[in-house]
Design a protein around this ligand. Structure first.
Ligand SMILES: [Mn+2]
Length: 326
């Protein structure tokens, strides 16, 4: 693992570090940041974490989450190395952090997204890894520093989240071996982590899900399914875009559905799209048509049209792709 060796050398060379991740950080983003933070602290480094968006409440059980600072706080800190985790592209860390932290002497980019851009001076991109947390597990294990109980909890959370609780196709025997090792090291119960991530659903989100399911439509003899969320639904349930997490999976779970998408109207009238595939249609390629990205089975994009027009465009592409596989 040459890239691990060069990262190790780089970390030994410098004293001051900043960590960041993508906007709307998820379990893998936060877990990976906190695990790397703990690792660097153990080495006696000065480490700060700056995120564009706040830590979602459900991750506020992870050790040191309160040390994650708002992007604006980076104005007072000039670290030697910036480590970007799970971000896919430099734009996804947010514009302020891009201007403030990117022009440093060393940028390390660690990611598992198949569409990840090599924007760093050092890029460790492992598309076979289930999550960024899995890459960090392997990295820390390649050093002489042991993974401790707190670090194990952060990494386990990242892996659990990005594999949808070991359900998605990115789950490998290696993922399970790593998870088993982390459970052995940590002093957490896996079902408690599950409860934290999946069973703290705000009531408003359930109301939003109810309204969203009312919009369900199917096409192509039930092979394509979609739902549509507008701004007034978010307003009347007191929810935000983040609360849409998981909705598209419910639609994809319908018997016979090959491609599912959830379109949401943005405040500017444009549309945010989440896509899922049963496995035969590559929705990363579909999202790429609209400059989006992700995985073959789970992707997303933004379309500069109203939701209704966006649905037409998505249907055209999905119908064509289904024709191609048949
Ligand atoms: Mn990830």
């Amino acid at each position: 693992m040459n890239s691990f060796l060069s990262l190790h050398t780089l970390i030994n060379q410098y004293k001051t570090f900043a960590l960041t991740t993508h906007v709307n950080p998820d379990g893998d983003a936060i877990g990976s940041e906190l695990a790397f933070y703990l690792h660097l602290k153990k080495l006696g480094k000065t480490v700060k974490i700056y995120n564009t968006d706040p830590v979602p409440t459900k991750y506020q059980f992870l050790p040191n989450w309160e040390n994650i600072e708002d992007a604006q706080a980076a104005i007072n800190y000039s670290p030697e190395v910036l480590i970007v985790l799970d971000a896919s592209s430099r734009e996804r860390i947010g514009s302020f952090l891009n201007k403030r932290l990117m022009p440093l002497n060393s940028v390390v980019n660690i990611d598992h997204h198949i569409t990840a851009e090599e924007f760093g001076d050092y890029n460790i991109i492992v598309p076979d890894a289930s999550s960024t947390a899995e890459i960090i597990y392997n990295y820390i294990n390649s050093t002489q520093i042991p993974i401790d109980a707190e670090c194990a909890l952060c990494l386990y959370t990242g892996i659990m989240f990005d594999t949808g609780c070991f359900r998605y196709s990115n789950t490998t025997p290696e993922t399970h071996r790593i998870a088993a090792d982390l459970i052995g090291i940590g002093d957490f119960a896996p079902d408690e982590v599950y409860n934290r991530i999946y069973e703290q659903v705000p009531l408003g989100k359930i109301h939003l899900l109810g309204q969203t399911l009312q919009t369900l439509e199917l096409s192509n003899e039930g092979r394509i399914a979609w739902v549509m969320v507008n701004q007034s639904m978010l307003k009347n349930t007191g929810t935000t875009l983040d609360d849409l997490e998981g909705f598209v999976n419910q639609i994809q779970a319908i018997e016979g559905v090959e491609v599912a998408f959830c379109v949401c109207e943005l405040p500017d009238g444009n549309t945010k799209v989440s896509l899922r595939s049963e496995g035969r249609v590559d929705v990363a390629a579909l999202a790429a048509e609209f400059k989006g990205g992700g995985h073959e089975r789970a992707s997303g994009c933004r379309i500069n049209h109203s939701p209704t027009s966006a649905i037409k465009l998505l249907l055209d592409s999905a119908n064509q792709r289904i024709k191609d596989i048949r």
